[in-house]
Design a protein around this ligand. Structure first.
Ligand SMILES: Cc1ncc(COP(=O)(O)O)c(C=O)c1O
Length: 388
């Protein structure tokens, strides 16, 4: 029997190769190889005890029904209050839309803002799903090539140069995946001002903002209430599989996002929402901060260790848990380099081709989501493998 014909938009969406590579690394591990996983963008820490306890209580209390599409009120209030505590920002809880991870937040935002054929400016490289959120709503993601000269980030000059008649807005992550680099505050302010002048949208993904390594970073929400900001419980709060995130939207757009959320997702997981309330207790907060500090220690260790092992790291990451390394001195093809590194030294990393088209063959993404001893072992193996 002939299967149904797929939509054209499905053909435009490429597989998430990190996941494919992960499958191979796991297969090698199951075959007995001591694989060190530096490929997956997920904290090695688990959700902390106060959150697990809150989940148990929520389940026993019977919180198994749907919630409002924008999320439970106490969680919206807690998220808004956290902007007050961390960023000194007065955010109306009514502007918070709780979602099934940043992924649902980004797809809701693209559904709300992107018309067919509309262009959205992203960086190339960037988080692979971002361009697919735009494509899924028949928009056209435009990857602006960025390199070490702009710390792999968008600049006001690049944005102005690439803005065209069909551009509707920009989707930027700061700190970003796969590079861990952040947009300097003055550049972000200038970018937002340029977008505003052009009547477009600024969609800013702050999923790694809590994991800023060189002092607290301010939310882009300080730049005005016309921005759309996404965030998540996946990374700073170590709850990837709980599928919980949020959006902060302009006051006048709350109704539109609520309507879309009702129709597309109904609501985020009720149990996860109730459990997430415990993230904002002092007890859980102390755990998250200690773990953020551990990620900073790992960054401070792994970047020089990789350089010493013979991999070039052109830019030190500002946040998150990623290093974007340049392997062009060793191979003309980072895909082939990553394959051999996995097969021969059992270190799993992701080649640049997952993240865009701008010199992907030069780069690899390595994550430092493993304990320090494993990172040290990985750096040693890479060094030995490169003949150091
Ligand atoms: C930049 C960025 N945005 C969004 C996401 C999606 O996160 P989640 O849906 O788990 O909240 C990720 C996941 O790796 C990411 O790196």
């Amino acid at each position: 029997m002939t299967p149904p014909t797929l939509s054209a938009r499905t053909a435009r969406i490429q597989p998430f190769q990190t996941m494919e590579l992960m499958k191979r690394a796991v297969a090698l591990q199951q075959a007995g190889r001591p694989v060190i996983h530096m490929s997956i963008g997920e904290p090695d820490f688990k959700a902390p005890a106060p959150v697990i306890d809150a989940l148990e209580r929520a389940a026993r209390a019977g919180h198994t029904e749907y919630t409002a599409a924008t999320g439970i009120e106490p969680l919206r209030r807690a998220i808004a209050a956290d902007y007050g505590a961390r960023h000194d920002l007065d955010i109306d809880p009514a502007r918070i839309v709780v979602t099934a991870g940043a992924s649902a937040a980004l797809s809701l935002a693209c559904c709300a803002l992107v018309d067919p054929g509309a262009q959205v400016l992203l960086t190339d490289p960037s988080y692979p799903c971002n361009r697919h959120f735009v494509s899924a709503f028949d928009g056209e993601p435009v990857g602006v090539p960025v390199g070490p000269d702009t710390r792999f980030q968008m600049t006001p000059a690049l944005l102005a140069r690439h803005w065209g008649p069909r551009t509707r807005g920009t989707l930027l992550a700061t700190p970003a995946n796969p590079t861990g680099t952040a947009i300097p505050p003055e550049d972000l302010a200038a970018i937002v001002a340029l977008v505003r002048e052009r009547g477009g949208f600024s969609l800013i993904d702050e999923i790694y903002l809590g994991l800023s390594h060189d002092g607290p970073a301010r939310s882009a929400l300080a730049l005005g209430d016309d921005l759309i900001v996404t965030n998540s419980f996946s990374k700073y709060f170590h709850m990837t599989g709980w599928r919980l995130g949020w959006l902060v939207v302009p006051p006048s757009l709350v109704g539109a996002f609520e309507k879309l959320s009702q129709n597309l997702y109904i609501c985020a997981s009720t149990l996860a929402q109730h459990a997430a309330l415990a993230c904002f207790t002092p007890e859980a907060g102390a755990i998250f901060e200690a773990r953020r500090e551990e990620f900073r220690r790992r960054r401070d260790f792994i970047v020089p260790a990789l350089r010493q092992a013979g991999l070039s790291v052109p830019v030190t990451p500002d946040g998150a848990f990623y290093v974007y390394a340049d392997c062009s001195a060793h191979s003309p093809d980072s895909g082939e380099f990553a394959d051999r590194l996995l097969e021969e030294a059992w270190v799993s990393v992701v080649p640049g081709k997952d993240f865009g088209n701008h010199h992907p063959e030069r780069y690899l993404r390595l994550t430092f989501t493993r304990p320090m001893e494993e990172l040290a072992e990985a750096a040693q193996r890479i060094g030995r493998w490169l003949g150091r």
